[in-house]
Write a protein that binds this ligand. Structure first.
Ligand code: FE2
Ligand code: FE2
Length: 178
C-alpha cells in the first residue's frame, strides 16, 4: 500500500485517490520507474517515494487550480527519473552541478520509455527552476517547482526528526546508566 508522505489515503485503494491512481497506475508498476526504489533520496526516503510525494501533491494542487491534473500526476512521477546515485558519479571538468543537470537526464529517460505531452516535458525539464535558468512555459510547471521544494522540506524534516529522536534516546540511555 503506497501513500504520499503526510497523506492518510492509500493511493491504490482509497476512493479519495481513485482518479489519481488511474492517472499513474501504469507508471507505479513500471519496471524502469520501480528501479527508483533502489536509490535513497533526501536522506529519509527513496527516489520512488519522493516521486509519489511530488506526483500526488502536484496532482491535488493542479486539480484545485483547474490545471491539467493528469499531466501533473504523470510528470511528478517521472520528474526525477535518473538511475544513479549522483554523489558517486565522478565529476568531470565543466560538468554542470547535479541540481542543474538531472532534469535533462530525467526527461531523456522519461521520453525513452513513455509518451509525454508538452506540459509533462516542460514540468520535468524545468522542475529545478530557477537553477535550470530558462523560465517554465506552463502554469503546471510553476506548481511542480513549488511542490518539489515543499516535499523536499517534508522529507528532510522527517530525516532531522529521526536524527533528533535517536540523539535524545542515546542521551537518556547514557543518563540512565550513569
Ligand atoms: Fe529533481
Ligand atoms: Fe524532486
Amino acid at each position: 500500500m503506497s501513500k504520499a508522505l503526510g497523506s492518510k489515503y492509500s493511493i491504490e485503494t482509497s476512493s479519495e485517490s481513485k482518479e489519481y491512481f488511474e492517472f499513474v497506475k501504469d507508471l507505479l508498476d513500471d519496471e524502469v520507474v520501480s528501479q527508483m526504489k533502489n536509490f535513497t533520496h533526501h536522506y529519509s526516503t527513496t527516489r520512488y517515494q519522493h516521486c509519489i510525494n511530488v506526483s500526488y501533491y502536484n496532482y491535488l494542487v493542479c486539480r484545485k487550480l483547474g490545471l491539467n491534473s493528469r499531466s501533473a500526476a504523470r510528470a511528478g512521477m517521472l520528474h526525477d527519473l535518473f538511475l544513479y546515485d549522483w554523489r558517486e558519479v565522478p565529476k568531470k571538468r565543466g560538468d554542470l552541478p547535479h541540481g542543474m543537470k538531472h532534469p535533462k537526464v530525467a526527461l531523456e529517460n522519461a521520453e525513452q520509455y513513455f509518451e509525454l505531452g508538452k506540459r509533462e516535458k516542460d514540468m520535468i525539464e524545468r522542475h529545478m527552476w530557477p537553477l535550470t535558468v530558462k523560465f517554465p512555459k506552463y502554469a503546471e510547471s510553476y506548481v511542480i517547482v513549488v511542490i518539489d521544494k515543499y516535499t523536499a522540506m517534508l522529507e528532510l524534516g522527517t530525516h532531522c526528526g529521526r536524527k533528533l529522536r535517536s540523539f535524545t534516546k542515546n542521551i537518556s540511555r547514557k543518563h540512565n546508566t550513569i
